[in-house]
Design a protein. Structure first.
Length: 506
């Protein structure tokens, strides 16, 4: 095969082993010029591991990588970037205090001692116009929206002349309108000869943008198929190894109001008012969806309702009692459970084991507590085992830190802890974010069970499919304000909700 006719990327027989277990085993993968190739699979299937190998973050334990027909070995991400491989991670790698142009050149070997800012910004502007990625080179990253930061990440890879762009869950922070614009940008990139690898859990989106799809299951390649020759159900079956169960949704029976917010306002981490005069009611047996693009005060709303953030003004009424300004323990005692979006920074302590993480919400009260200073570890051991079985959590040695668990198992562990006390109010922030089809289905079923038990659930998500599937009502938030509440979501189109998410009154 001549070099000119070779695929842009060829990965052959890739093995990657962690702690004597295969994360990737004998995986073959190809990317052509001008192609968008999606990588699908359940959590722990090895998608991100495989792309981390291609991006030089991991060294493969076996196998070879070829770039345009020439074998390549990457000792670090710098080597991969030099070979034209760029990766945009799920969590952006930008420094908020720096400007766009400063982030663009950060870490580049070719930057001279005296930087010509005019040339740098001119090149950024030219790339921005060519690929329809509007951004101000002089703006501080901290002032940019999530969508704008994503543009900066893409421009950073293009600025460094990447031929291959690896995108990890790129639409998870975008509105439907922004997603369409983003896909138009990807088509411009492939038309210019770039190859794009798209890691995603959103199968409908993948079918609309990808040319081919490779499915990984348990670290091995299950299949590679063309987009026009397969259906969603087939892909799901390939990913899971069996047909998924349908969500069992029963008719809603609302009870009394369990939580009310009245003109609630709160400040963000930088001291400015972020939550602005929010008012709504949540009833027993109701799932109230919260639709909004990430960064529109969803965090501040849930943290205030969990007692983690003190409000500036307004009331939080739990079963007739104003609890605004009380601490987290008082909220927990009154039946409020909080499932944060960040499993490993806010939800769990990665270096603690499973029973210690379970104890975090129980250590001061019986039966977990024995007196003021002792814990009943036998009780906690039994509880941890029973929860692990009930929630199908992967078993690890009792003293092992939970960081050894996959993302799906971490989410199940956090869910098990938060629901074990049968709370009356559940604040669920993106509870299925980043989960595969099987794990996401499990979490949705648990939410439905809690709803059927009579809990009121605030279900925060930026995925409209999830919101329409799960919610009895949908409340839209933009820049800390409630834009409207759809009492009957079936009467609203996704486009209408998307406009509200973008701050447009309809």
């Amino acid at each position: 095969m001549s070099e000119s006719s070779a695929p842009l990327v060829t990965m052959s027989g890739i093995d990657k082993i962690f702690f004597d277990k295969y994360a990737n085993r004998g995986v073959d993968f190809e990317l052509e010029r001008g192609e968008t190739h999606a990588l699908l699979g359940e959590n722990g299937a090895g998608k991100t591991t495989l792309m981390n190998v291609l991006a030089g973050i991991y060294n493969p334990d076996a196998g070879r990588i070829y770039i345009e027909g020439q074998e390549a070995r990457f000792a670090s991400p710098k080597d991969a970037i030099a070979s034209g491989i760029g990766m945009v991670h799920q969590h952006f790698m930008l420094i908020p205090a720096f400007t766009v142009w400063e982030n663009m050149i950060l870490g580049m070997d070719s930057v001279p001692f005296v930087i010509d800012k005019r040339n740098v910004t001119a090149k950024i502007t030219e790339l921005s116009e060519r690929y329809s990625l509007p951004v101000d080179p002089g703006a501080k990253v901290s002032t940019l929206s999530i969508g704008e930061r994503q543009r900066v990440e893409l421009l950073k890879m293009l600025y460094r002349e990447a031929k291959v762009l690896i995108l990890d869950e790129p639409t998870s922070v975008l509105t439907p309108r922004e997603t369409l614009d983003f896909f138009s940008t990807l088509r411009r990139m492939t038309a210019a000869g770039h190859g794009i690898v798209l890691i995603s859990h959103k199968i409908e989106e993948v079918l609309s943008i990808a040319d081919r799809m490779t499915v990984l299951r348990r670290g091995e390649r299950a299949a590679t198929v063309k987009s026009g020759e397969t259906r969603k159900e087939t892909l799901v079956r390939m990913m899971m190894g069996h047909n998924p169960e349908n969500l069992r949704r029963k008719r809603a029976r609302f009870g009394q109001t369990v939580l009310s917010c009245e003109n609630l306002s709160a400040r963000g981490d930088r001291g400015a008012i972020s939550l602005r005069g929010v008012s709504f009611d949540l009833k027993e047996g109701e799932i109230l969806g919260v639709a909004g693009v990430a960064g529109n005060a969803q965090d501040e709303l849930c943290e205030t309702l969990a007692g983690l953030r003190s409000p500036d003004s307004g009331k939080i009424i739990l079963r007739g009692e104003n609890v605004a300004g009380m601490g987290p323990r008082e909220f927990i005692e009154r039946g409020v459970s909080y499932i944060p979006v960040d499993r490993t920074r806010t939800g769990l302590v990665p270096n603690m084991n499973m029973r210690e993480n379970i104890a975090l919400k129980k250590y001061w009260r019986k039966p977990a507590a024995r007196g003021k200073f002792m814990l009943d570890w036998n009780f906690l051991d039994d509880l941890t085992r029973s929860l692990a079985e009930a929630y199908s959590i992967q078993t690890i040695p009792a003293e092992s830190p939970v960081r050894a668990l996959s993302g799906g198992n971490l989410q199940k562990l956090m869910l098990a802890r938060e629901l074990s006390d049968k709370p009356s109010v559940i604040l669920a922030m993106h509870p299925v974010w980043g989960l595969d089809v099987g794990a996401a289905g499990f979490v949705r079923e648990r939410m439905m069970e809690e709803r059927g038990r009579g809990a009121g659930i605030l279900f925060v998500s930026d995925d409209l499919d999830d919101l329409f599937e799960m919610s009895d009502r949908i409340m839209t938030i933009f820049e800390g304000r409630i834009m409207g509440i759809a009492d009957n979501p079936s009467d609203f189109s996704r486009e209408r909700i998307g406009l509200l998410m973008a701050g447009m009154a309809v």
